[in-house]
Design a protein around this ligand. Structure first.
Ligand SMILES: [Zn+2]
Length: 415
């Protein structure tokens, strides 16, 4: 790292610390669900950090925030080099998922400006809205609406756990519902999008490298399983007379695990709702959410079919009805080979040995990849843990990530 290393370190720590102060959950970790007060505070933080670096912030019609580097590259001229990630988190998530990409983008662009670099193309740092889908169950919402990969009209009546609809939440956050939707002109101006993200596994730890490149993203989806039986007294209802949906849930959890294990995939039931959720009642209904990911779309289909078959058998044995509905599905993504090759060359020239890693996580970069040449940079995560307060990235690796991102933006925007 050059003599600007100390300044970069101070900038990074101040910038990252500012965002990490927002949405600290009293129960541990960070909770910044989309369109909440914490999300609003994070979006205000983004505007002020961008402003402090001389970047002009605009909101697109899908609610995403864009910080533009004014100068020789005009935002309307096309061929934009964009970087960024998201500000929202899952419930009680970690400090780095999303945040690291936004902070690194701001610090990297700020560093290029401070060094007097003059881009020949417009440069932007973007903070995508509602990437996690932690409130309304629709991941990469902002980036997919922007790229016209989702029709918001189908989704605006979705409700969160408190019964607030997505349209009400957007309106409360000051989003113009009349103009809400895609922006093909903006997407058409993007010449490259590079998302930096904390790695959500141990690939870079195993390789002993601080940063790496994403080769592609696994297809993934979410399904809602509703098991309906009959609520009854936990003491007086004979076992033979019960229609207990919890037994169906137990079978579903084991079926998800078995199918994922056989298919070299992953499947998770991490959220359930039990009705009436009473300790001395046989429940009447259980809803559970299946998150499943596999290397190939076809394998993912097999997994879900195997899961459904096992659940229906368990429902039949226990006198239940089972309904499985798809809530979201994202196809597999291969990142742009030319852009990724250029990143690889740029990082090699900077003395790094970036490895290519596939990812089973969803990202805004994946949502944009169909429309824009897109690539991803990962930063090493020593715990390999994500969506948890244990998520981590050493400061030195974060700074290597910022430095790599600045090199890449300079290469793309100045040549
Ligand atoms: Zn993320």
């Amino acid at each position: 790292m050059s003599g600007s290393g100390d300044r970069l370190r101070d900038e990074f720590e101040a910038c990252f610390g500012g965002l990490a102060a927002i949405g600290q959950d009293p129960a541990g970790g960070w909770t910044r669900l989309a369109w909440t007060d914490e999300d609003r505070d994070a979006r205000s933080w983004f505007e002020s950090e961008a402003g402090a670096r001389g970047l002009a912030v605009e909101q697109d019609p899908a609610g995403n925030l864009w910080a533009w580097w004014p100068g020789p590259g005009e935002p309307d001229a096309g061929d934009v080099v964009a970087t960024g990630s998201h500000l929202d988190t899952v419930r009680r998530g970690g400090a780095y998922d999303g945040a690291l990409g936004v902070v690194s983008g701001l610090v990297a662009v700020g560093d290029l400006i401070a060094r007097g670099v003059e881009p020949r193309r417009p440069v932007a740092v973007v903070a995508f809205a509602d990437e996690e889908g932690g409130r309304f169950g629709i991941p990469t919402f902002g980036s997919r609406v922007l790229a016209a990969a989702l029709d918001p009209a189908d989704l605006l009546e979705r409700v969160d756990e408190d019964g607030t609809s997505l349209s009400e939440a957007l309106a409360a956050a000051g989003i113009d519902l009349a103009g809400f939707g895609p922006d093909p002109a903006l997407v058409g101006r993007l010449g490259a999008f590079v998302e930096l993200h904390v790695e959500q596994g141990l690939g870079l730890v195993d390789l002993g490298q601080p940063v790496g490149l994403a080769s592609g993203m696994w297809p993934h989806g979410r399904w809602r399983l509703t098991l309906t039986g009959e609520a009854n007294h936990a003491g007086t209802t004979r076992l033979a007379d019960r229609h207990d949906p919890m037994l169906g849930l137990a079978a579903a959890v084991l079926a998800a695990r078995a199918a994922a294990s056989e298919l070299n995939a992953v499947a998770t039931i991490g959220r359930v709702e039990v009705d009436p959720n009473s300790s001395n009642s046989v429940p009447g209904q259980v809803a559970a959410w299946l998150d499943a990911r596999a290397e190939q779309d076809q394998t993912l289909d097999w997994l879900v079919t195997a899961f459904q078959t096992a659940v229906e058998e368990a429902a039949g044995r226990n006198g239940l009805t089972a309904e499985l509905t798809s809530e979201s599905r994202s196809p597999g993504v291969a990142f742009d080979p030319d852009l990724t090759a250029r990143l690889y060359a740029s990082l090699r020239a900077a003395g790094l040995e970036p490895a290519a890693l596939p990812t089973a996580a969803g990202h805004d970069a994946g949502a944009l990849a169909a429309a824009v040449p897109t690539a991803m940079l990962f930063v090493r995560n020593p715990t390999g843990t994500s969506h948890s307060p244990a998520e981590s990235a050493p400061l030195e690796d974060c700074l290597t990530g910022v430095w790599a991102l600045a090199s890449v933006i300079e290469d793309l925007a100045c040549h």
